[in-house]
Ligand binder design. Structure first.
Ligand code: ZN
Ligand code: FE
Length: 265
């Protein structure tokens, strides 16, 4: 049997990943022991329902990362169809359709026997949260951290986003990063413009180009790969600082300059 990317038949936490809309990923996650099932965000209710049907899974929960339409737009339709319970960011209860339980930094959310910690990661939106499965080595980062990129700062400052990303940098290298968009190829080519001498980055760009040419997903990544190649996690790199003309500048200022350049790339 050929496994699709993101699937693991023996894992305690099953993760089913599928494309939604133009460049989003939908995720259904399931505790193998109890069968408890959650959708991470709801980019497209119809696509999520057909994924549930294909897997033969029943939806118990929606876990939202933030309020944007390509993340919470399917909440009400899925809740009406399945009676699922909706968990989302405490700092944004007014903007999460159908929310039942509000969570934030330091909270723990259970999916059957599997345990996730919640981190507040403001920056992309002021209420953004991520879900960290320490034991299962998986993190769902929404629009905070992308493969070789990070979310745009719609509602936060560079300082807030850099603080949010540092929480993720503290996680172990082997942690798998399930982000909400397939933005990797453009991120990769941008990254080369600000850190052209990074050999790990250059190798990864070639790999990403090959994967995309073959229609393969580049997600999940890992914290280790991001630590080595994602410019938004590397404002402390002397080579990167020098390329930006910001040698010795505060890391927040370096981060802000990278974000600004990416906005217009
Ligand atoms: Zn968003
Ligand atoms: Fe998004």
């Amino acid at each position: 049997m050929v496994m699709q990317s993101g699937e693991n038949a023996v894992a305690a936490l099953e993760i089913h990943q599928f494309p939604c809309l133009d460049d989003n990923y939908g995720y259904l996650i399931r505790d193998r022991e109890t069968g408890a099932t959650a959708a991470i965000d709801t980019p497209d209710a119809a696509a999520i329902r057909s994924a549930l049907d294909r897997k033969g899974w029943r939806l118990d929960f929606i876990w939202n990362t933030h309020h944007h339409g390509d993340h919470a737009g399917g909440n009400l339709a899925l809740k009406a169809a399945t009676g699922c319970r909706i968990i989302g960011p405490r700092a944004d209860v007014a903007r999460i359709p159908g929310i039942d339980d509000a969570v934030g930094d330091g909270d723990t959310v259970m999916l059957g026997s599997r345990k996730a910690r919640v981190f507040d990661t403001p920056g992309h939106t002021r209420g953004h949260i991520v879900y960290v499965f320490d034991e299962d080595r998986a993190i769902f980062t929404g629009d905070t951290l992308f493969a070789m990129g990070c979310g745009r700062l719609f509602e936060g400052t560079p300082d807030q986003m850099w603080h949010s990303l540092q929480k993720l940098l503290a996680l172990p290298d082997e942690m798998r990063v399930y982000c909400a968009h397939e933005y990797t190829q453009k991120n990769a080519h941008f990254a080369l413009t600000v850190e052209p001498g990074n050999a790990a980055l250059a190798a990864r760009v070639g790999e990403v180009d090959r994967m995309r040419a073959n229609g393969l997903p580049t997600v999940p990544s890992t914290i280790g790969r991001e630590r080595a190649t994602n410019p938004f996690l590397r404002p402390d790199s002397a080579a990167l600082q020098s390329a930006l003309g910001l040698s010795g500048a505060p890391l927040t200022a370096v981060f802000a300059e990278i974000r600004q350049r990416r906005n217009v790339y």
